[in-house]
Design a protein around this ligand. Structure first.
Ligand code: SAH
Length: 345
């Protein structure tokens, strides 16, 4: 096991069989060595810096029906909301004062968020906050739409590929969605000059080690600037309500492997990781993560953006989240960086 970790550290690559051994091991010493090597690698490139991303959850309306997601269109019990232009501006204003230099606008695939609307919001943010990065996470849109939003001033786009294996992808999504289209979107975004983020859920129903290896191989091909992974957490109003969630141990193992395979990537310690364990995000930071994405959404809509059960940080004001996270980051041995936090690649 030690040999495999040292090999991954020096070559950033392993054979499928070697990856399988590393992904599947429950050896405690291996986990600790992987953690140490991942932390050394992130510190070599990013020091102790942790970048903050202010997450603005702009809409809980969604035309898609992903089987795992709490805001899928078939969930009649989900309360829907969409923020107005003014509300989004207020979130950003608040966030800027709190030291955020990246704003992430994320939402369901809401057709009310037309290109005209988004471009207006993006160009206004670009004008007001020239020193900030604007990140979008609005799902699959047309090449033309991505192009217009880029020209309006967007810098980055997060679109998890969700599953690089065809069969697994199909079992997690309705028949009208396709892995080929999802991948096309990612390649379009990249060719338009966005800094791109892909990723997947750990422990999604039906996911095997082979599927995870396919995810790692896809990421090697795409070479994204950001990789978002977090445990699958069941939502009670979805077809996966009774499925098991992803584990802390496997998620940490994959985070460590990702840091060694992609030494300079931006890797968030996700809210889902903080949801399945009280110190999940701290452990993530100690296992190669260098980004956290606290919530800037208005408190009255937070509970409605319910992707999975028991999501944390739905009750606090942005300022409280910010203070709490700073405390957690420092207690874990790192420091908050007040900067855009671009990928150093
Ligand atoms: N509509 C956008 C944003 C989706 S929400 C898009 O399609 O990209 C952001 C991410 O939350 C998803 O990519 C998915 O990986 C994750 N997510 C959704 N439901 C989840 C669940 N039940 N458990 C854990 N993560 C989930």
């Amino acid at each position: 096991m030690t040999k495999l970790i040292e090999k991954l550290l020096s070559t950033s690559d392993l054979t499928d069989n070697e990856l399988r051994i590393l992904i599947e091991t429950d050896d405690k010493e291996a986990a600790e060595l992987l953690r140490i090597r991942a932390d050394e690698t992130r510190q070599l490139h990013y020091g102790k810096k942790v970048f903050l991303r202010g997450l603005i959850e702009v809409s809980s309306y969604c035309r898609n029906d992903c089987l795992y997601c709490g805001i899928r269109r078939s969930n009649r019990e989900a309360e829907r909301y969409r923020l107005t232009r003014d509300q989004i501006m207020l979130c950003a204003e608040n966030g800027y004062e709190l030291g955020f230099r990246t704003f992430v606008m994320q939402g369901g695939e809401d057709s009310s968020f037309t290109d005209d609307f988004m471009c207006d919001v993006i160009s206004e943010l670009r004008k007001r906050y020239p020193d900030c990065a604007i990140t979008l996470s609005l799902g699959e849109r047309s090449y033309e739409s991505y192009k217009r939003m880029k020209e309006a001033g967007a810098d980055r786009y997060l679109l998890r590929h969700e599953a690089a294996d065809e069969e697994l992808y199909r079992s997690l999504h309705p028949s009208e969605m396709s892995l080929a289209h999802r991948k096309q979107c990612l390649y379009d975004l990249r060719s338009l000059g966005y800094q791109v983020g892909a990723g997947f859920m750990v422990g999604a129903p039906g996911q095997t080690t082979d599927h995870l290896i396919a995810d790692l191989r896809f990421l090697q091909d795409l070479k994204p600037q950001m990789i978002g992974i977090g445990p699958f957490v069941p939502h009670h109003c979805t077809p996966f309500a009774e499925e098991k969630g992803g584990t802390l141990e496997l998620t940490l193992r994959l985070l460590g492997i990702l840091r060694l395979m992609f030494p300079k990537v931006l890797l968030p310690a996700t809210t889902a990781l903080g949801t399945i364990a009280p110190n999940g995000r701290e452990l993530g930071l100690q296992t190669g993560c260098n980004v956290v994405m606290p919530n800037l959404s208005p408190v009255n809509v937070r509970k409605k953006y319910e992707l999975y059960d028991n999501k944390i940080c739905t009750g606090e004001e942005a300022a409280e989240c910010r203070t709490c996270l700073q405390r957690r980051i420092e207690a874990a041995g790192y420091e908050v960086a007040i900067e855009r936090g671009d990928c150093i690649n």
